[in-house]
Ligand binder design. Structure first.
Ligand code: SF4
Length: 359
């Protein structure tokens, strides 16, 4: 009996360490799995597998274009702030225009801030295949402006109180999108739909020093911005932004908040992230990828085990039992209507560690 268990354990370890075998174990046909692995190797990206035909590697010029759009949005927002006569009015303008909302595409109510300048834990893989830049050429000036407003609003002390009713409204409004998603899949709509808020379909939990460094790179005068908003941005604690979300999640215990983060790589943010993850209504996925040294990945796995977090593997063979993202799997299998997150809900409830192929 004991030897059978040992053999099976060995077998499962063998399967997990081989990307093709892992993909096959998740229901991907062997020829497709082999193609996924070969493609990633050919490109030399730090990943075990990718979805052939769906990967758009991000070039330096694409990043430059993205940053110039974000810079433009900062200029526009700061000009608007300057046109308002008082600190109170500027703050109110930001808070009123901050948007937490769902769209037909996102289905779930979602919060977004500019990628990379809010991603202190970004890796080389993020630079090559940032998920938030996938629809890069479609980043409209309006979307760039929305993300900049969201980011600046999150610096304000009154952000949590102001956002609570907005999030409540947005999440309740998203219910109609979720019901429609069920109907489109031909599934019965549950009588009671879960209230779910997704954080950061673009961006991450930023640290204040990382943000300030980026603002300077973008040519934003941090002192002038501080004066306009009546706060000394440089004096805010490093984990300010994570703590804003802890306050919000505590005030909305009936809403499930979930997100993925690489900010666990920033030691100053870890205690606040643990606190966020320990709330009864949150799920925190620690994202890992092969651009990280193995000891760091191990650290994430240990953190997750210890504090009830989950692991999201990006393009890599998992080191813990993990499922292939349902939506991505169905896309690979060319299912006509892949199951969206709002219906799958594995991540919202942290039911499993998850693997995402690069796409
Ligand atoms: S596993 Fe499910 S909930 Fe998680 S990202 Fe994939 S489809 Fe969405």
């Amino acid at each position: 009996m004991v030897s059978i268990t040992v053999v099976e354990e060995k077998k499962s370890k063998q399967m997990l360490s081989d990307p093709v075998e892992y993909l096959v174990s998740q229901g991907i046909p062997r020829d497709v799995a082999m193609k996924m692995v070969t493609k990633a190797r050919q490109k030399g990206i730090p990943a075990d597998f990718e979805i052939p035909g769906r990967v758009q590697t991000i070039s330096e010029s694409m990043w430059n274009k993205y940053f110039s759009q974000i810079k433009e949005a900062f200029n526009e927002v700061i000009t608007e702030l300057k046109s308002l006569p008082s600190i109170d009015e500027r703050r109110r303008w930001l808070l009123e225009n901050a948007r937490f909302g769902s769209t037909k595409k996102t289905i779930l109510a979602t919060w977004r801030i500019p990628a990379m300048i809010t991603c202190p834990g970004a890796t080389e893989l993020c630079r090559l295949a940032c998920y938030a830049l996938k629809g890069f050429y479609m980043l409209s000036p309006a979307l760039a402006k929305e993300m900049v407003i969201n980011l600046l609003a999150s610096l304000l002390p009154e952000f949590p109180d102001y956002m609570v009713p907005k999030i409540e409204r947005a999440v309740r409004e998203s219910i109609k999108n979720i019901a429609r998603a069920y109907r489109e899949l031909g599934k019965p709509v549950p009588q009671k739909l879960d209230l779910i808020a997704r954080l950061h379909d673009s961006g991450d939990f930023y640290s204040i020093s990382h943000l300030i460094a980026w603002l300077r790179k973008l040519g934003v005068d941090v002192n002038e911005l501080s004066k306009l908003l009546g706060i000394d941005i440089a004096k805010l604690p490093e984990d300010w932004y994570v703590r804003q979300w802890i306050k919000i999640a505590k005030k909305l215990p009936h809403i499930k908040f979930y997100t993925y983060t690489r900010s666990w790589r920033i030691p100053e943010l870890v205690p606040a992230l643990i606190e966020f993850a320990s709330l009864p209504n949150t799920t925190l996925y620690l994202s890992v990828d092969k651009a990280m040294p193995p000891h760091e990945i191990e650290k994430a796995i240990n953190l997750a085990k210890r504090y009830g977090m989950k692991i999201a593997y990006t393009g890599m063979t998992p080191l813990t039992p993990a499922i292939l993202c349902k939506y991505e799997k169905e896309k690979i299998l060319k299912v006509a209507k892949p199951t969206p997150c709002a219906v799958c809900k594995i991540c919202a409830y942290g039911s499993a560690d998850v693997v995402f192929p690069i796409h």
